[in-house]
Design a protein around this ligand. Structure first.
Ligand SMILES: [Zn+2]
Length: 370
């Protein structure tokens, strides 16, 4: 799969199905939940039946059949836990094999439904895991929960027989401690080299507490500020065990990042500068005026709304456009439309999961440019 980049999502967000509607499918194919392919195919059948029965299906029928055939053609589930497929006649066919699960969803609209994809991308920051003991170090980089890179460095401590017979125990101890220290310094330098070639957002250290402390002290300041927690997996752990443990840390990091974003929003809403807005109506108005810098939305928040056919603004209440007075058309999920607009205006978008403070603020908010 080509990387799930912000650009790729922005392109999708900007796509309009002029000649045919756009079918967006998210399908959970996680082998832990669906043991046989027929289990998730059954879910797909249900989604397609639903789409056909509420009248959307007629125009989109060829695309629905194509998507269905694609899924039935088989999914390599060794790495893929979620599928995202976008289809619109001859103009659009995009498949994302995601290493993380998605919520089953089939949407037929005039634009691709990119919200879940954006959430996946946001949560998929590049993560490095450094495992070390006094003699060995291994570095892994994960992206979207998948192993992206793996470098191993071995640095043997001198063995006792190498020290010869002339040294007393203290000397041996000093030499061993010195060698361990050199090992940490070299490890820290090597991590920085990897970072300069392929930067990562977070670094997690897996080592015994004392060693982790010493190792963290040796890290370059750029790496120190990226420290995101510690793992307790041995340096010899299997890659898959490292991945699972790292995902847990990543999940925690993501939660606190979201909490910080909501806290910034709360502070901005209550400050005199007036650069924060909470609640759907004011956020949609600000988006229409292109004043939004960061849009913050609660993950499950979906509500019908309207879009102006003339000036394109979104509103919760219709049918008369609050900006220009023209007639607006109904949209199924005005938050999805808002996220698409925000992305095509180059705003940041933060989709937050289970954040009670954001719910109190009306489940949606915006930090403003001015
Ligand atoms: Zn209008």
């Amino acid at each position: 799969m080509p990387p799930l980049t912000e650009d790729r999502i922005r392109n999708l967000a900007g796509f309009k199905g002029h000649r045919a509607p756009v079918v967006s499918l998210y399908l959970d194919v996680d082998g832990r939940r669906y043991r046989r392919p027929s289990d998730y195919e059954h879910e797909l059948d249900r989604l397609i039946r639903q789409a056909r029965s509420n009248g959307h299906g007629v125009e989109a029928s060829p695309d629905l059949s194509r998507v269905e055939a694609y899924v039935r053609g088989g999914v390599d589930r060794k790495r893929t836990r979620g599928l995202a497929v976008f289809a619109s006649g001859d103009d659009l066919w995009e498949v994302f094999d995601l290493p993380v699960t998605v919520r089953n969803q089939l949407v037929i609209n005039s634009t691709p439904h990119i919200r879940q994809l954006e959430t996946v991308r946001e949560n998929g920051r590049r993560f490095a895991v450094l495992l070390a003991d006094r003699q060995r170090a291994r570095l892994f980089a994960f992206e979207l929960g998948e192993l992206a890179e793996h470098s191993e460095r071995f640095d043997q401590l001198p063995r006792h027989e190498d020290d010869g017979g002339g040294l007393d125990r203290d000397h041996v101890h000093d030499r061993a401690a010195n060698a361990a220290h050199q090992h940490l310094k070299r490890t820290a330098a090597a991590v920085f080299e990897v970072f300069r070639e392929q930067p990562f957002d977070h670094l997690v250290v897996g080592a015994a507490d004392e060693l982790a402390h010493d190792l963290e002290r040796e890290l370059h300041p750029y790496l120190k500020e990226r420290l995101a927690g510690r793992l307790s997996v041995p340096v010899t752990a299997k890659v898959d065990d490292v991945r699972v443990a790292a995902l847990e840390v990543e999940h925690e990091v993501e939660r606190s990042r979201q909490a910080a974003a909501v806290e910034r929003l709360r502070a901005a809403v209550h400050s005199a500068a007036g650069l924060g807005l909470a609640g759907l109506d004011s956020v949609l108005a600000a988006l229409g005026e292109r004043r939004v810098e960061t849009l913050i939305v609660s993950e499950g928040y979906e509500i019908e709304g309207w879009r102006c056919a003339s000036c394109d603004v979104l509103a919760r209440v219709g049918p008369a456009c609050p900006a220009c007075g023209a007639k607006m058309a109904k949209v199924d999920d005005v938050l999805e439309e808002a996220i698409e607009d925000a992305l095509s205006q180059s705003c940041r978008v933060d989709v937050c999961t289970d954040n009670a403070d954001l719910d109190v603020l009306g489940r949606v908010g915006a930090l403003l440019r001015y």
